[in-house]
Design a protein around this ligand. Structure first.
Ligand code: G3H
Ligand code: ZN
Length: 305
């Protein structure tokens, strides 16, 4: 099980102009589909786990669960806490073997306090071989609804990175979580930040594209998601070329899984073995991940660094 932190991953990604995909998992079947796609694409990948997903999957034993299903996996991967909201939750994830944590202080914390809280996590992580992703700027829609946050200020970003000791930083450049997003990203802002912090890994949240065949299946088989707007893959390709090192995908990954579940449940009304439904769901996330790694993030073949 080549579990690593993201330090070398991001160095290699920056040097070779690709991004590492971070996918939000909720279950071991999703981890299996994710890791197998990365293995077949010979690509590094990040298993991203929110606080809620960790609670659902089994806090305390996620590393062991992943270990069980990754015996034949050879590509480098990280286990990352997504949107950790306190020192305590970040610490307990690091203690249980996560190699990376995000410290998200929320929107109502002052700049200086944000630095203090994030540095506390960074110091603990670094003393234990883990790394920290910070956040500056409102990412928007974090409650799962819509919302367009305030963009990151490049000078503040530089000061925050230098003072907090973070290893990577999530910035707001027009990205939003959930189903309603901007269709264009502020590439000029990204360029400005990169000029101020050359070689530093920036992270893009809220990067799902949404309107694809999976959403159609989702709605055709009983779902009801209307008016979804995602970030076009062309936009993501562009920011990856600029040097963004990590791209987060939650919505696309979840919709792929649930759409396949809906479809197989609808098409097999007399079947009752769970694997009848879970197998296509696993295959759907496999296909989505393989596509993103190959055609959007450009990480295919970058499994050695
Ligand atoms: O932290 C998770 C991601 O930022 C989710 O973004 O809603 O566009 O998939 P998404
Ligand atoms: Zn996010």
């Amino acid at each position: 099980m080549p579990l690593v932190n993201t330090k070398k991953m991001f160095e290699d990604a920056y040097k070779n102009h690709y991004a590492v995909g971070a996918f939000n998992v909720d279950s071991i079947a999703m981890v299996q589909g994710l890791l197998q796609a990365a293995e077949d694409a010979k690509s590094p990948v990040i298993i991203s786990i929110s606080k809620g997903s960790r609670k659902f999957m089994h806090p305390g034993n996620i590393k062991e669960l992943v270990e069980c299903v990754s015996k034949d996996i050879t590509i480098p991967f990280a286990i990352h806490l997504d949107h950790g909201d306190s020192f305590e939750v970040c610490k307990s994830c690091i203690d249980e073997g996560f190699t990376s944590v995000m410290m998200d202080c929320g929107d109502d914390v002052s700049f200086d306090e944000r630095i203090r809280l994030t540095k506390e996590v960074a110091d603990y992580a670094h003393a234990h071989g883990a790394v920290v992703e910070g956040e500056l700027g409102e990412l928007g829609g974090e409650d799962g609804g819509s919302g367009h946050g305030g963009y990151s200020d490049p000078q503040a970003v530089k000061e925050f990175v230098l003072k907090s000791g973070v290893d990577s930083l999530a910035v707001s450049v027009g990205t939003c979580h959930g189903m309603q997003k901007h269709t264009t990203l502020e590439t000029g802002l990204i360029k400005e930040m990169m000029a101020l912090l050359p070689n530093f890994p920036f992270v893009l949240h809220g990067s799902s594209t949404i309107n694809n065949a999976n959403l159609k299946d989702f709605n055709d088989y009983g779902g009801n998601i209307c008016g979804a707007v995602g970030v076009p893959e062309e936009q993501i390709r562009e920011v990856v070329k600029l040097g963004v090192c990590k791209v987060n995908i939650g919505t696309d990954f979840r919709v792929a899984y649930v759409a396949a579940l809906r479809k197989s449940l609808a098409l097999n009304p007399s079947r009752f073995e769970p694997r009848t439904f879970l197998e296509p769901a696993k295959k759907a996330v496999y296909d989505l991940v393989y596509h993103k790694l190959t055609n959007v993030f450009g990480s295919k073949g970058h499994n050695k660094f």
